[in-house]
Ligand binder design. Structure first.
Ligand code: AMP
Ligand code: MG
Length: 431
C-alpha cells in the first residue's frame, strides 16, 4: 500500500505518524536511571518522612512549661540528663526540671515538647567552664512555645499518602523523594529503542580517513544524540549504501527496535531504492510536507519482531539527508513519536514571541523554520537569524537556541516583526 505524493501540512504529518505510534510497556528501573521517564503507576508512601519527631536545631530538649519565665537576665536552670545525636534515641525522658542536649535531626526525647537552640542558652559559657566534662546544668534564656524547633513525624510525607500520580515525569527532585521513601526502583514506561540508519554512497564513518568526494556521516550522530536527549536509546545501524542489498542487510539488524529512523534517500533522485526496499519489508508512504527545511519525508512501518519473537510493526520515519533538514524534521516528528512512546502527555516544545532582527524570506509558501538566536533584553525577547540558512549548514543548528516560524501564508518576515519561535533550548541568554 502506498500513498501518492502530495503536499501535507506539518500537523497532518504529525497526526498520521502519532496514529501508528503506541505507548510502550512498563518496566522497573533503578531510580537513578529513571530521569526523564514517566511514572507508570500511582506511588504511595509506606512510611512517614521524617519517621519520628526530630529536632530542627542543635540545642536543648525541654518541657515548655519549665521555661515559661526564662529571660537572658533570669535564665531558668535545668539539669542536663543526656545528650542525643542524629541517628540515636535517648533512653531517658525529660521530666520537670531537666533537659536533654540534642543535635539537629535527632529524635525528640520522650517528655520534651520544645527545643531551645544553643544561642538562647548559656551553653558556650558552660562549655568553657566544664572544659572536657559533660555539662551538668544549663541556663535557658528564652521561653519556648510547645513545638518550637521540632520537625513533626510525617511533616514531609504521611504514611499512606499518594506521592506521585502515574504520568509524572521524573526529575532529580522525584529521584530524591523516591529515595526518601526508601525505594531503589520505580515502575516507569520503557525508553524506546530507536534504530538509526544513515544512507548514502558518499558517507564515511567518523574516525576514518576522508577520501576525495566523500563526507563524514554526521546524521547518525545528530539523530542518535537527539534520541538520547529526549530519553530514548539509540541503536546505531551504521551506513547503508544506496543499493537494495546494502539497505536490506542494514535494516535487518534493527528489526527488534521500537522505531526506525533513516536519513537520506528520500529526495527525488534516491527515493526509488528506499521505496522499493521498504515496500518489500513493510509499508511505505512518501510525504511532501509543507515545511522548510525538510520537505521530503518517508513514513511507514517495517515488519519487525518483539522480544518474544512475535511479529510487530515498527514505525519508520525516513528523514531527509541534509543535516539541518534531518535535525529539524526530527524535532517536528521523531521527537513527538519518542515522547508518545515514553508516555508523555505534552508533545510540544515551548514557543515564545520575539521581535525579529533581520529578515527571513519564504518564497514557496511552506512553513519556514529558520535557525535563530533568541535573547532576552529587559522584558522583551529578540531573535536574529544565525546566518546562512542552507539545509547543509549544520553549524546553524549549533548556533541556534530556537526555530523562527514563518507561516505558510507569509512571503517574508521583516526586521521589527513579531515572530513565533519554537525554543530548542532555554539557555543563559534567555534569562
Ligand atoms: P539525500 O537526502 O540522500 O539526497 O541527501 C541530501 C544531502 O544530505 C546530500 O548532500 C548528502 O550528502 C547529505 N547527507 C545525506 N546523509 C548524510 C549523513 N548521514 N551525514 C551527512 N550528510 C548527509
Ligand atoms: Mg543520499
Amino acid at each position: 500500500m502506498k500513498e501518492v505524493t502530495k503536499m501535507i501540512s506539518v500537523e497532518e504529518a504529525q497526526e498520521k505518524l502519532l496514529a501508528v505510534v503506541n505507548i510502550l510497556e512498563k518496566e522497573d528501573v533503578p531510580i537513578l536511571d529513571s530521569i526523564g521517564q514517566v511514572i507508570a503507576e500511582d506511588i504511595y508512601s509506606e512510611i512517614n518522612v521524617p519517621p519520628l519527631d526530630n529536632s530542627a536545631m542543635d540545642g536543648y530538649a525541654v518541657q515548655s512549661v519549665d521555661v515559661e519565665g526564662a529571660t537572658p537576665e533570669k535564665p531558668v536552670l535545668l539539669r542536663v540528663i543526656d545528650t542525643v545525636a542524629a541517628g540515636s534515641i535517648s533512653g531517658k525522658a525529660v521530666v520537670p526540671g531537666t533537659a536533654i542536649r540534642i543535635m539537629t535531626g535527632a529524635p525528640v526525647p520522650q517528655g520534651a515538647d520544645a527545643v531551645v537552640q544553643f544561642e538562647n542558652t548559656d551553653e558556650v559559657q558552660r562549655q568553657e567552664e566544664a572544659s572536657e566534662q559533660p555539662i551538668k546544668e544549663i541556663g535557658i534564656m528564652q521561653r519556648a512555645e510547645a513545638g518550637l524547633n521540632i520537625r513533626r513525624a510525617g511533616e514531609d510525607i504521611r504514611k499512606g499518602a499518594l506521592i506521585f500520580n502515574r504520568g509524572t515525569i521524573i526529575r532529580p527532585a522525584e529521584v530524591g523523594v523516591l529515595a526518601s521513601l526508601g525505594k531503589t526502583q520505580v515502575r516507569v514506561i520503557s525508553r524506546p529503542v530507536v534504530a538509526v540508519l544513515a544512507t548514502g554512497d558518499e558517507l564515511v564513518e567518523v574516525g576514518k580517513p576522508l577520501p576525495a568526494g566523500k563526507i563524514y556521516n554526521s546524521n547518525t550522530y545528530s539523530i542518535a544524540a537527539m534520541v538520547r536527549h529526549y530519553g530514548g536509546i539509540p541503536k546505531i545501524l551504521g551506513i547503508a549504501l544506496d543499493t537494495e542489498e546494502s539497505l536490506v542487510n542494514s535494516l535487518r539488524r534493527g528489526l527488534d527496535a521500537d522505531m526506525l529512523i533513516t536519513s537520506g534517500g528520500v529526495s527525488m533522485g534516491d527515493y526509488d531504492v528506499v521505496k522499493d526496499v521498504l515496500a518489500s519489508e513493510g509499508e511505505i508512504n512518501f510525504w511532501t510536507v509543507r515545511m522548510k527545511p525538510g520537505k521530503p519525508l518517508a513514513f511507514g512501518t517495517i515488519n519487525g519482531r518483539d522480544k518474544t519473537g512475535a511479529p510487530k510493526k515498527i514505525p519508520h520515519l525516513g528523514l531527509p539527508g541534509n543535516p539541518v533538514s534531518t535535525m529539524v524534521t526530527f524535532e517536528m516528528f521523531a521527537r513527538l513519536a519518542i515522547n508518545k512512546m515514553m508516555g508523555k502527555k505534552s508533545l510540544k516544545k515551548p514557543e515564545i514571541e520575539a521581535i525579529l532582527e533581520g529578515r527571513i524570506a519564504n518564497r514557496d509558501g511552506r512553513r519556514v523554520f529558520a535557525r535563530g538566536i533568541v535573547e532576552k533584553r529587559g522584558e522583551q525577547y529578540f531573535v536574529r537569524p544565525t546566518g546562512p540558512q542552507g539545509s547543509g549548514v549544520l553549524t546553524s543548528m549549533s548556533l541556534a537556541n530556537g526555530l523562527v516560524i514563518v507561516p505558510e501564508d507569509r512571503a517574508e518576515a521583516r526586521d521589527g516583526d513579531i515572530v513565533r519561535v519554537m525554543m530548542l533550548d532555554w539557555n543563559e541568554s534567555m534569562v
